[in-house]
Design a protein around this ligand. Structure first.
Ligand SMILES: Nc1nc2c(c(=O)[nH]1)N[C@H]1C(S)=C(S)[C@@H](COP(=O)(O)OP(=O)(O)OC[C@H]3O[C@@H](n4cnc5c(=O)[nH]c(N)nc54)[C@H](O)[C@@H]3O)O[C@H]1N2
Ligand SMILES: Nc1nc2c(c(=O)[nH]1)N[C@H]1C(S)=C(S)[C@@H](COP(=O)(O)OP(=O)(O)OC[C@H]3O[C@@H](n4cnc5c(=O)[nH]c(N)nc54)[C@H](O)[C@@H]3O)O[C@H]1N2
Ligand code: SF4
Ligand SMILES: [Mo]
Length: 694
């Protein structure tokens, strides 16, 4: 049979690679990188190839399913929408809007039919109980963008293709393929940077990215804010802030520097483990380089000082004059804007969580409070939950408590493709059609890319009669809920309509026709300085000293007074090229080969405890004690242990036959929902104090 190639963007990670999908008839038989995509230039990774497995997965749901006790039975779409609408309306009517909670997981961002349609349903529900994977991830970035630049998505992106020096903290793009800097084929880009200038990686593990860097320094988990503050203190001795371009657009720089300079950092070495001479050298390198960028990701956002880290990173880029400059960090002027008039810029502390009183940010509460908002009695308790493309039982802190809480809900609705650790508690699961049969435009990742690019993905096959796209599911639930509760709701038009309207709001001049005529995507060139023109703060200035960040400095200073607990180990995460958070473990081509779930520990730490590599060990955190196997890993900083998240499958009722057979424990059965970033309540997943013994 002849093969036909069809093209679209990969929906699986932020690199948004172009894929060439080869079909025989209607069967997807092979996947390659799209060599004609001007941005990804033919790059593909093992996960991209595993789309074949996802399409063929026998456990993938292809019609709505209703749970009756522990049996699942198919239900027709119209009946499913009606049931969802009636149950949600009844619970909201009896107990108020707060009784309905919603959790949006990571894949929502990768589907236009979710990201552009879910907000209308949430607005209709009017609940203060909205949660998402953002608060176990990049909230500190969004918060600092909002506080300093006036919009949560005015995100300065490191100009990795042109910079001379990149200081990278807590990121491992060689494995993750880059995050909050969409950069397909990032290895080639980083190797070019290494040739051209200097890549410096700060990480408690000699990560795959550290291995291709010019320089790698270990750091004690959670101590980066002290390190960054020390770099900024040193830099001030080298010369003045290079703020000429933004001089009259800055507010509070002196206040910010004074507060940071008041930190007594003489003991920075004993807290960070980074040699003061190296800190001085990094300050000089950044300050003197023709261009330089500081960038930090998961390891410095999902930790106790995540927001301070992101703030200090912005201040360093500003001080060296590299903020909003070619070769420094730049904001993407996306073809389909996600900032500016009519977009959700963010707000803070307009309401607080019922039980612990944590502030909302941008309309959401931190997911670390979700379980207690379900299981603590009282008015405003969550009694019904909607999850969309999320697996919070494995992905958010204290998954065991959440799991117990989910079992007590009056009603749970999941929009998901499978029955897993989370969705097995749902009363109703609505599975969207494959992304390959839907229109898609990457609203978020085109806007966070290291170049200006645009690409429309069109359906590669006709939808089947009984399939519904994500957008139809969100419309369907909202319409049924409105009907059952006597509210008004106008369904949103189909994706192409919203995509065309979105492009029209931008300044690229591109329209739908232009995108349809360019199936491999369009390159609009490198990023250009535009942040100053786009600031959305009240006074139009960059806010260098936002109060919530200054107010968090005493908490950091208090760290300096604390002796380090010598007995405890510090637990950090670890991603693998063949894993995707908690959900791609049912793909045969990804899970084959040797297991990857083990706890890694430095040989010296193993020896000190008399533990053999390969042994089964007990890991104890503040909330749990679990057993798994340990492996020696000389690439870790002594005192640090690492465990991948997203394992711990095989729970009763889950239907993921390959995943459920895998060994491993869930990191988030250990992680503590009370250990959080100060201003945002983002989960401090990394740097968890644990002990390990046999
Ligand atoms: N300890 C620890 N915990 C972490 C992290 C960590 O590094 N360490 N990382 C955090 C990060 S960065 C993130 S983003 C979160 C992720 O947290 P979540 O988004 O909650 O979890 P995922 O594992 O991504 O689960 C994705 C869910 O989406 C479903 N799904 C997949 N494709 C589709 C689709 O096309 N449509 C729909 N409707 N559903 C689909 C899957 O079946 C699965 O249920 O985890 C966080 N948790
Ligand atoms: N293969 C694969 N790719 C993925 C994912 C996946 O699960 N698998 N997930 C996707 C998602 S949702 C996201 S958000 C991105 C994340 O993308 P990245 O942030 O690039 O990925 P991580 O692997 O979480 O990198 C975190 C790094 O921080 C280090 N670290 C831990 N604690 C600290 C600390 O206290 N200080 C410092 N300086 N470093 C620390 C870790 O050792 C690790 O190397 O990856 C995406 N890409
Ligand atoms: S790097 Fe990301 S976008 Fe590219 S093929 Fe792999 S999963 Fe897909
Ligand atoms: Mo993420």
């Amino acid at each position: 049979m002849t093969r036909r190639s069809r093209f679209r963007a990969c929906p699986l990670c932020e690199a948004i690679c172009g894929l060439e999908l080869q079909y025989e008839g209607d069967a997807l038989v092979a996947i390659r990188g799209d060599a004609q995509d001007p941005f990804s230039r033919g790059h593909v990774c093992p996960k991209g190839n595993a789309l074949i497995d996802l399409e063929a997965d026998p456990d993938r749901l292809r019609q709505p399913m209703q749970r009756i006790g522990d049996r699942w039975q198919p239900i027709a779409w119209d009946d499913a929408f009606a049931l969802a609408g009636e149950r949600l309306a009844a619970i909201s009517g009896a107990h108020g809007a707060a009784a309905i909670g919603a959790y949006l997981g990571n894949p929502n961002v990768h589907h236009f039919g979710s990201i552009a349609y879910a907000p209308a349903l949430l607005r209709l529900l009017k609940t203060p109980n909205v949660y998402s994977a953002s608060s176990v991830d990049q909230w500190p970035h969004q918060f600092v963008n909002w506080a300093m630049y006036g919009h949560q998505f005015l995100l300065p992106i490191p100009d990795i293709d042109r910079t001379d020096v990149l200081l990278m903290l807590g990121a491992n793009p060689v494995v993750s393929n880059g995050s909050l800097m969409s950069a397909p084929d990032v290895v080639t880009r980083l190797k070019a940077l290494r040739q051209r200038g200097r890549l410096i990686v700060i990480d408690p593990r000699r990560s795959e990215t550290a291995q291709i860097a010019n320089q790698h320094l270990f750091i004690r988990p959670g101590s980066d804010a002290l390190f960054l503050a020390a770099v900024l203190q040193h830099m001030q001795a080298l010369g003045p802030a290079r703020i000429g371009r933004y001089r009259d657009r800055l507010a509070g720089l002196d206040d910010a520097l004074a507060a940071i300079n008041a930190l007594p950092l003489d003991a920075v070495y004993s807290h960070t483990g980074v040699d003061p001479a190296a800190i001085a050298d990094i300050a000089k390198t950044l300050y003197q380089a023709p261009s330089a960028a500081v960038y930090g990701r998961m390891g410095v956002s999902t930790q106790r000082f995540g927001s301070l880290c992101q703030w200090l990173i912005q201040l360093l880029n500003l001080y060296t004059g590299n903020l909003d400059r070619e070769g420094g960090t730049l904001v993407n002027d996306a073809a389909m804007p996600i900032t500016g008039p009519g977009t959700a810029g963010g707000h803070y502390a307009r309401w607080h969580s019922r039980v612990r009183g944590l502030p909302e940010f941008a309309g959401e509460l931190p997911v670390s409070v979700l379980a207690e908002e379900i299981d603590s009695a009282g008015d405003g308790r969550i009694r019904a939950l909607i999850t969309s493309a999320g697996n919070p039982v494995l992905s958010t802190p204290d998954g065991r408590r959440l799991e117990r809480a989910l079992g007590t809900l009056d009603f749970m609705l999941s929009i998901d493709i499978g029955i897993n650790e989370t969705t097995r508690f749902a009363d109703l699961i609505l599975p969207p059609a494959s992304p390959l049969s839907q229109h898609h435009y990457d609203l978020i990742f085109n806007a966070f890319a290291v170049r200006r690019v645009a690409r429309l993905s069109v359906p590669l096959r006709d939808p089947q009669a009984d399939e519904r796209g994500d957008w139809q599911i969100f419309n369907g639930i909202a319409q049924a809920y409105a009907a059952a509760s006597g509210k008004a709701f106008t369904a949103l038009p189909e994706p192409l309509h919203l995509i065309a309207a979105g492009l029209q709001r931008g300044r690229s001049g591109l329209d739908l026709q232009a995108l349809l005529a360019a199936p491999h995507g369009i390159d609009l060139g490198p990023l250009t300085p535009c942040l100053l023109d786009r600031l959305e703060t009240a006074d139009g200035k960059i806010q260098c000293a936002p109060a919530p960040l200054l107010d968090d400095l005493p908490r950091l200073a208090a760290e300096l007074g604390k002796p380090r607990a010598m007995q405890s180990l510090s637990l950090i995460g670890r991603r693998h090229a063949r894993s995707n958070n908690s959900w791609m473990h049912n793909a045969p081509r990804l899970v084959k080969g040797k297991p990857r779930h083990q706890l890694h520990m430095h040989p010296d730490d193993l020896a000190a405890r008399g533990i053999e590599s390969g042994a089964t060990v007990r890991i104890r955190s503040a909330i749990a004690e679990l057993e798994t196997e340990v492996l020696a890993d000389a690439d870790l900083m002594p005192g640090v242990v690492s465990l991948p998240h997203g394992f711990g499958h095989g729970r009763p009722g889950s239907r993921q036959h390959l995943a459920d057979a895998l060994a491993g424990i869930s990191y988030n059965d250990l992680s503590d929902p009370n250990v959080l970033d100060g201003p945002t309540g983002n989960a401090a997943l990394n740097g968890l104090a644990v002990s390990v013994d046999t």
